[in-house]
Design a protein around this ligand. Structure first.
Ligand SMILES: [Zn+2]
Length: 69
């Protein structure tokens, strides 16, 4: 389990995650996740491009999803 006070990091490469990356992981993988992938590792994991994920994030943001800033 992650320590809730710490900045979450990618479970694969260890990069510090942004709010959007966490939101994207929740949307694409599991809403209740407690460990996350960064955009690069998530794209690899679900076999899409990072650009495609960024488009998805923009779409979610425009539709007012609270998982995105
Ligand atoms: Zn990563």
């Amino acid at each position: 389990m992650n320590n809730g006070t710490m900045q979450p990091k990618c479970m694969k490469c260890g990069r510090t995650l942004t709010y959007d990356e966490i939101g994207c992981h929740k949307k694409m993988i599991n809403r209740g996740a407690t460990e996350f992938f960064c955009l690069t590792c998530l794209a690899e994991h679900i076999h899409v491009t990072e650009d495609r994920l960024r488009e998805r994030i923009e779409h979610f943001r425009k539709t007012g999803c609270l998982l995105f800033q």
